[in-house]
Design a protein around this ligand. Structure first.
Ligand code: GLN
Length: 482
């Protein structure tokens, strides 16, 4: 009830939820109470979660925040959400996101932008996420009211999992599911002072997750701290016969590693992540992170990942290529929206023209272009080769004994809604993913952990990258930073 009340109060401002399933939440909570009264109950019994609109939820609107999926209510449940419900979690509703998870600011959603609960504070006294009460003051969760002088510019929560990050930061759920194709868990976590982990490709089943770029997509949690993220991932992860890319490996008790010393651990610092024009705040935070891990007994080593600079351009070929193929299914026949036409081709065209937003159309056009005869070798095949080189860079570093890699999570803090710079040039928006896409290209696990505030009082995150299926080292190390 407390979460539902918080959603009622703050969602009109934050726009984090696109569907609130209050009745279902109450039913599920009652069942949890009954199980707990009998001394039963799973690892997440009664814990209220928000679900990114990309996850199919049986009988409940699932639209990937696209107009083209209007009215779509799946008759099946995604494996990840099934796992959560089996452990007793309670669904509060579906969370806003960039349309089909394409974006870095949650501004491509058919349902409009999500607002970051953080504000730039001129006093620089903001130490906790606050919920804007719409009346000029701030309501700090916990009930203490404080007035602040602030610059009222609304900030984006990052994307594509902007609803997940904003709702966790503003206490509108205890944790959220999210997905990450090129940074969509880690970048919004960094922009909102929350923890987000993209596990190794194959750790979570993609079954029932609306496909964007199938060889890159992975589900993971956004949570308030590292321990919560560890508990949620344990529940979300599983092998699944319905997704042949899910991996049959035992899922460790991630929570058990939290608090374990990192003495002797080898932490790699990649020189290629020191990009030109990176704000001083980010560089300073990175140095602080290095110092914290050193103080905790880790050995810091300089490393090189020489193909890093090709990751972003290669990602923006591979991801649109796969997206253009995955999105071919939205034809006005099988799902959601249909705009009638004079014949079937006309109907397809009208439906797709009306149903997809600008960014999604841009991706489909790039994708079909790089896959077409004559360009396939020059672009798509070349990008796949680059992908292999990026993966090898990481393999070499890990083979040399590095346990974990430390980088900034994003090249900046949260930026303003409708930022003119970003709106005028899509490539500027793509540059946000510069530190996160390499991890998806290589299929590795990566976590973003809040590590401090910038000069304007906004949260910044550090990223840790680990060996395949070694999420444990990420949780262990991230806990030292948080
Ligand atoms: N911002 C990236 C993109 O737009 C990543 C999105 C994602 O991870 N889903 O493709």
């Amino acid at each position: 009830e407390a979460y539902l009340a918080a959603i009622d109060r703050a969602n009109p401002v934050l726009n984090a939820y696109v569907t609130v399933t209050a009745d279902k939440a109450r039913d599920m909570a009652k069942s949890s109470d009954a199980r707990l009264a009998k001394g039963e109950g799973g690892a997440l019994e009664g814990i209220p979660l928000g679900i990114k609109d990309l996850f199919a939820t049986e009988g409940i609107h699932t639209q990937a925040c696209s107009h083209v999926l209007d009215g779509f209510k799946p008759r099946y449940e995604s494996t990840v959400t099934s796992n959560l419900w089996a452990d007793g979690a309670v669904m509060l509703g579906k969370l806003n996101m960039d349309e089909f998870a394409m974006g870095s600011s949650n501004e491509t959603s058919y349902y409009g932008p999500v607002i970051n609960p953080w504000r730039r504070s001129r006093l620089q006294t903001t130490v906790k996420p606050t919920i804007h009460d719409g009346g000029g003051g701030f309501v700090v969760p916990g009930g203490v009211e404080q007035s602040r002088t602030y610059d009222n510019m609304q900030l984006v929560p990052g994307g594509s999992s902007g609803g997940s990050a904003s709702s966790v930061a503003a206490f509108l759920c205890a944790g959220a599911t999210a997905t990450d194709t090129g940074g969509s868990i880690r970048q919004p976590a960094a922009f909102t002072g929350t923890v987000g982990i993209k596990p190794t490709y194959g750790r979570c089943s993609r079954w029932g997750v609306v496909a964007f770029a199938s060889s890159l997509d992975q589900a993971g949690p956004i949570a308030r701290d590292v321990r919560d993220a560890a508990i949620l991932l344990k529940s979300m992860a599983s092998v699944d016969p319905k997704d042949t890319t899910s991996v049959d490996r035992p899922v460790p008790d991630y929570e058990a590693v939290i608090g374990k010393p990192i003495k002797g651990m080898k932490v790699g610092i990649p020189k290629e992540y020191r990009v030109e024009g990176m704000p001083e705040d980010i560089e300073a935070l990175w140095q602080k992170g290095i110092a914290w891990l050193k103080d905790a007994g880790a050995e810091i080593v300089d490393i090189s990942l020489p193909h890093t600079k090709y990751a972003l351009p290669a990602y923006y070929i591979v991801a649109p290529a796969e997206a253009s193929s995955n999105l071919a299914r939205y034809d006005g026949v099988r799902y959601g929206l249909r705009v009638p036409g004079k014949d079937i081709i006309d109907m397809y065209e009208k439906t797709r023209a009306a149903g997809f937003g600008r960014e999604v159309k841009r991706r489909i056009m790039i994708g079909t272009y790089v896959l077409s005869a004559g360009y396939y070798d020059a672009y798509y095949l070349q990008a796949q080769k680059v992908r292999t080189l990026i993966k090898r860079d990481f393999e070499n570093v890990f083979a040399a004994g590095v346990d974990v890699i430390l980088t900034p999570a994003t090249p900046s803090a949260a930026f303003g809604v409708a930022d003119e710079d970003m709106a005028s040039d899509p490539v500027k928006m793509y540059l946000n993913d510069i530190f996160t896409v390499t991890v998806n290209m290589a299929g590795l696990p990566g976590i973003s952990v809040p590590a401090g505030l910038d000069g304007k009082g906004l949260p910044l995150g550090l990223q840790l990258i680990g060996r395949p299926f070694d999420e444990e080292t990420l949780f262990q190390t991230a806990h030292v930073i948080e």
